[in-house]
Design a protein around this ligand. Structure first.
Ligand code: HEC
Length: 172
């Protein structure tokens, strides 16, 4: 009787090892299906491929030059919806971060320019020709003399400032 008892324990253990040792060539014998194989877990695991050229919302992308930024970065504000609100936000942000050097209208006549090198007029024809990505890049990285603001101004705020600079460029 004892013999059969040990034999059955042995067979049971054999069954368990078969169930647990993964081997690419053998169909796994599943002793106790658990949550890992449940239908919910499977749905979560097999997501669709993201659409082409899409970037995760919190992804950080650093173009290597203003030229590259002009090529690859596009303002999310291609439509005119809520334009006034975005411009108001842009005006406020520009006022907080850029006015001290660039002046209220972007002419380069900010209040600290007697102590700091005077920036160019960013509303002139040269800067009107520049694409949005150029201004975005400058906000993130600054310039030779201009400080960078990538750490302080969020992605969406940068585009709002760019939008406002575009508005300033239409004023004269
Ligand atoms: C502390 C002063 C200062 C502040 C603040 C500042 N800038 Fe500048 N900026 C400069 C100076 C000086 C230059 C010219 C030299 C250089 O490119 O570094 C400049 C240049 C620029 C240029 C032209 C760059 C080029 O390559 O021709 C742009 C565009 C610009 N700034 C945008 C901004 C924006 C937008 C803000 C606000 C987020 C800002 N700046 C804040 C000082 C400043």
């Amino acid at each position: 009787m004892k013999k059969y008892f040990f034999l059955s324990i042995f067979l049971f253990q054999l069954l368990l090892t078969q169930a647990c040792v993964p081997d690419g060539n053998v169909t796994k014998l599943q002793f106790m299906p658990d949550m890992a194989d449940g239908p919910v877990a499977k749905v979560l695991r097999s997501y669709l491929d993201p659409p082409e050229n899409s970037v995760a919302m919190n992804a950080i992308f650093y173009p290597e030059s203003p030229e590259e930024a002009e090529q690859v970065l596009e303002s999310p504000y291609y439509n005119q919806r809520h334009l006034e609100e975005k411009l108001q936000d842009g005006k406020k942000l520009y006022g907080d971060y850029c006015t001290p050097c660039h002046g209220k209208l972007g002419k380069g006549d900010g209040t600290i320019t007697d102590k700091y090198p005077r920036p160019p007029d960013i509303t002139n024809d040269y800067y009107k020709e520049k694409k949005d990505g150029f201004f975005y890049y400058r906000i993130v990285f600054g310039g030779d003399l201009m400080p960078s603001y990538g750490h302080a101004i969020s992605n969406i705020e940068r585009w709002k400032i760019v939008l406002y600079i575009r508005k300033l460029q239409t004023l004269d």
